[in-house]
Design a binder for this molecule. Sequence first.
Ligand code: SF4
Ligand code: SF4
Length: 448
Amino acid sequence: MARAAAARLELDQRLLKQCVHCGLCLDACPTYRLLGVEMDSPRGRIYQVRQVQEGRIALDDPNFRAHIYACLDCRACETACPSGVQYGRIVEAARAAAPPLDPVERTLGRAILNGVFTSKPLLSLGGVGLRLYQRSGLSRALRATHLLPPRLAELEALLPSAQGGILRGRIPDLTPALGPRRRRVGFLSGCVMDELMHQTNEATVRVLARNGCEVVTPPQQRCCGALHLHTGARETARALARHNIEAFEQAGVEAVVANAAGCGSTLKEYGDLLAGDPECAERARAFSRSARDVSEFLAEHGLDTSSMGEVRARVTYQDPCHLAHGQGIRTQPRQLLRAIPGLELVELRESEVCCGSAGTYNLTHPELSRQILDWKLDHLAATGARIVVASNPGCAFQLTAGLRRRGLELEVLHLVDLLERAYRAGEDGTRGRGDAGTWGEGPRASAV
Ligand code: SF4
Ligand code: SF4
């Protein structure tokens, strides 16, 4: 039985052998720090996957699955590992072969991921439903009455606060550059981002346009497949990847820009995901090479600061796992924040440690997620900041829920929301440094 199961593990043995069991990743691992159990450490999980591959542990072993799904897939261990172990690929392959233990998580979770997140109409319907629930005051009333059973009340508190009105707008298929056109880029509007953070999506397109980009947002694009990939639904992730590659190829863009860390990281993995697809492998590699996080793109091509006004605020920055560990992007968002006139950036202790959101982790492992979030909230409170920047929807929702629970008054913003705020301040005539020009390569002429 173990042998038959091991045959289904889609993983190159060399990835497992890269781990030399040195243990240098242990301190970086939130679940090991919390639980103190070797089997809940990166080294322990790699060991177990190896045992499965060798047929010593059955793929359906409940303990194995419990340890594999207790992982946040935050990839902090990859940053800490001196041997270059690609832990994310290992845990995602293990999950693809071993579905979750919990029957609700397995059936309902996968049905939602494979049914709703692959369908634009159903996603839109879900978005309208959530915004209606929140805008109508029903959510507030339910919270005030304390009528919900404790577990349901906890889940309700985790519901993300959707931006905008009940009906959301639509980003134009083509947004012209403001001023001379320097680049033509594609924008991945995403699924969760477009439904729940639509205003941030609109701000992203405007910020890109202000910086000389003609922005194509292909209407036929779909969810990037990040949640599917992280929870082991690899075939669905592959189908979504093929679809998106086609959509952006038709758009004829030089880069595909994402504003959610998890999405950007997944776009950069399309090459690996479709490596065995003879028709799509080369196109997927080319697509991944063109993928950029919005902070990475703006840092690479220069940010117009000449039209910015002041944002006088103490701001701190949370490194989203799939930006810092997944894409190695740490300095660019900080550079962009420091370029905003008047803004004071203060470092957040253990900024690179996961906030406990981790896709659906706060739903599947609420207790662990809450303890991890508590560390983060302690560190946030110590910064004295008024704004925390978290450029990933999962982190933004998790931090917002935690701050509300603690009664801490910090505004949670995406990086582009702050850039847009600076541009708006410029339009309102509160310019901090009208001659600030640009840093980096920079637009040759002011973009506005
Ligand atoms: S991905 Fe995160 S939670 Fe999982 S083993 Fe690595 S550090 Fe630990
Ligand atoms: S994953 Fe890397 S750091 Fe962790 S035990 Fe293996 S080789 Fe060492």
